[in-house]
Design a protein around this ligand. Structure first.
Ligand code: NAD
Length: 294
């Protein structure tokens, strides 16, 4: 099966490598010459444009930062839409606004092509291991047809509804993650101010009801003051913006998401948005004039 791939960054590179490992015939389009060389050496075909990827591939995978990047990849000169034809499918694994996913699906349907929105959860290590989770929205037949391809990059895939449902699910995921990191930060600050070692607090509570995957992944990063991304605050701002935009368009109120969004804005003002989202603790450290680290 001929598979195209566009968006070969932190996540896309290891995901595309897993597609090659699984034996698919991969064509990529990338702007970075180092990425082009790396994939040429792995046996991938190199296209000069999104249009060429779409012409030569039955299914095209996208792993781009946000909705405007997906829009550019589709609609710019020599973009994907120009090479698209009847029977092709785009699997957009970027985390974007679900309303935009629906708009893109309508645009490709005019060419007789299908759209699956299939954002992922789990960071770079899981992308390398091929154990990310995928939440898919879109046509069931297309989902079944490309299930094996999706599973070549992931450990778990669930179809959650029609186009847009995948990204709505991803936004729900990002709300839980952001609020959980903020809660762990507040807990560590309280402990430190009260004279109790946050490391011991973490060890004491991680096995109980307060424990979580987020606490286990991000708590040690806060305690070790290791804010290397991982998942950049800048990307989490994008996700919470999409969550708030979507919530307003469906008339849902998300007060805690709005609060954490303001914390992320404050971190951006300090230039901290390049760090991992565990650096949410830096906001709390600043307003409390204390560091939680060891
Ligand atoms: P990234 O910035 O590392 O990679 C994006 C890539 O897309 C870059 O290589 C960039 O050059 C390329 N690109 C952008 N516009 C392009 C265009 N028009 N044509 C061709 N290439 C283009 O981002 P990432 O961390 O890999 O994240 C990708 C998506 O996955 C985001 O939506 C993010 O929210 C989501 N995500 C990331 C993580 C993570 O831990 N990094 C985890 C889960 C989901």
């Amino acid at each position: 099966m001929k598979v195209g791939f566009i968006g070969l960054g932190i996540m896309g590179r290891p995901m595309a490598k897993n597609v090659i490992k699984a034996g698919y015939d991969l064509t990529i389009y990338a702007r970075n010459p180092k990425t082009v060389e790396e994939f040429r050496n792995l046996g991938a075909d190199i296209a000069q444009s999104g249009k060429e990827v779409a012409e030569t591939s039955e299914v095209i995978i996208l792993m781009l930062p946000n909705s405007p990047n997906v829009s550019n990849a589709l609609f710019d000169e020599n973009g994907i839409i120009e090479g698209l034809s009847e029977g092709k499918t785009i699997i957009d694994m970027s985390s974007i606004n679900p309303v935009e996913s629906q708009r893109f699906a309508e645009a490709v349907a005019i060419k007789g092509a299908k759209w699956l929105d299939a954002p992922v959860s789990g960071g770079e290590p899981k992308a390398i291991d091929g154990t990310i989770s995928v939440m898919v929205g879109g046509d069931e037949e297309a989902y079944n047809k490309y299930y094996e391809l999706i599973m070549s990059m992931s450990g778990n895939a669930v179809r959650v509804g029609d186009v847009g449902a995948g990204n709505t699910t991803k936004l729900a995921n990002q709300i839980v993650v952001a609020l959980n990191i903020a809660a762990v930060s507040e807990a560590f600050i309280l402990a430190k101010k009260a004279g109790v070692d946050p490391e011991l607090v973490y060890q004491a509570i991680r096995g109980g009801l307060a424990g979580s995957t987020v606490m286990d992944a991000k708590g040690p990063m806060m305690l070790n003051r290791n804010f290397e991304p991982g998942f950049r605050i800048e990307l989490h701002i994008k996700d919470l913006q999409n969550a708030l935009d979507t919530s307003h368009s469906v008339q849902a109120a998300l007060p805690l998401t709005a609060s954490v969004m303001e914390i992320l804005q404050a971190l951006r003002i300090d230039g901290d948005d390049v760090y991992d989202h565990s650096a949410i603790v830096k906001y709390y450290e600043k307003i409390n004039n204390i560091e939680v680290g060891k």
